[in-house]
Ligand binder design. Structure first.
Ligand code: NAD
Length: 256
């Protein structure tokens, strides 16, 4: 590891953070791996073991719904017990300082909020896995009773209000994106002066289009990710490093 004062790429990131007036932090599953939640595409990630259940499959097939809830409750503990790591804490500090106005996240684990970012500063593009909702009328449902009934006798949840199909409040492949969150994310990306992408393979659209909107709007684009991404070519800076240590060191040295 390089000495603090002779690490030019970290120094460049500090400068970018110290001079930003309106930054956006955009996060993917990679920021939560240090909290013990596997990502999708890293070696050992979720998709080496399972393929995703498409929204239409979920709606049309009872078997698919059974498989969906079974997977959900297998991974449930990992998410409910997870604690924010140094990466989430550094992001929360950027919001507290006013450097970042919003955190746009593809994650569904709620760890930005747990690290102290107020709800109104987090834009969740792919929803939230801590509760469920009816696909017909939108009524919210707590997960715990669903879990108990499913584990006890394999019961699939139906809406108590209208009898519709109930699913976690997340956005699956093939499901319509949340219009309000997506619109806000596009506006913030367009208006920011620094767009910091953290822990995303940048292959899931339309979320992965946001760095392009920011860049076209004149923002500096910085990518922090272990592996290369398709958007490295248009980025102003790419740091192929571990997220927790990198953000903790960069944010600590970038007090305005
Ligand atoms: P992804 O799995 O496609 O990409 C994660 C990237 O992070 C990879 O390129 C990987 O190299 C990098 N990475 C992982 N750990 C890292 C670390 N410690 N330091 C540096 N880089 C690291 O994830 P994505 O781009 O967010 O897209 C996948 C979808 O997965 C999203 O829509 C999201 O909703 C969903 N997802 C969310 C969670 C969560 O909420 N924590 C977990 C898994 C998947």
């Amino acid at each position: 590891m390089q000495n603090e004062s002779t690490d030019p790429s970290l120094e460049e990131l500090r400068q970018a953070l110290a001079t930003a007036r309106r930054a956006v932090v955009f996060t993917g599953a990679g920021i939560s791996t240090e909290s013990g939640i596997p990502d999708f595409r890293s070696p050992g990630g979720i998709w080496e073991r399972t393929r995703p259940i498409d929204f239409h499959e979920f709606v049309e097939s009872e078997d698919a719904r059974r498989e969906y809830w079974s997977r959900k409750f297998e991974g449930h503990e990992a998410i409910t017990a997870a604690q924010p790591n140094r990466g989430h804490e550094a992001v929360a500090e950027l919001v507290r300082r006013g450097t970042a106005r919003v955190v746009i996240t593809q994650n569904i684990d709620g760890l930005h909020q747990k690290a102290g970012v107020p709800d109104e500063h987090v834009i969740e593009l792919h929803g939230n896995t801590t509760y469920a909702a009816c696909l017909t009328c939108g009524a919210h449902h707590a997960l715990e009773p669903i879990r108990e009934a499913f584990l006890a006798g394999g019961a699939l949840p139906v809406c108590r209000a209208c009898g519709g199909i109930v699913k976690t409040a997340t956005i699956s492949f093939g499901q319509t994106m949340p219009v309000e969150a997506m619109g806000r994310a596009q506006d913030e990306s367009q208006a920011c002066d620094l767009f910091l992408c953290v822990g995303s393979s940048l292959v899931v659209f339309p979320a992965a289009g946001l760095p392009v909107i920011a860049k076209r709007g004149g923002a500096r684009l910085v990518i922090v990710n272990r592996e290369s991404t398709d958007l490295d070519a248009i980025a102003d800076q790419v740091l192929n490093r571990e997220i927790g240590e990198t953000l903790a060191r960069a944010v600590a040295g970038a007090e305005p």
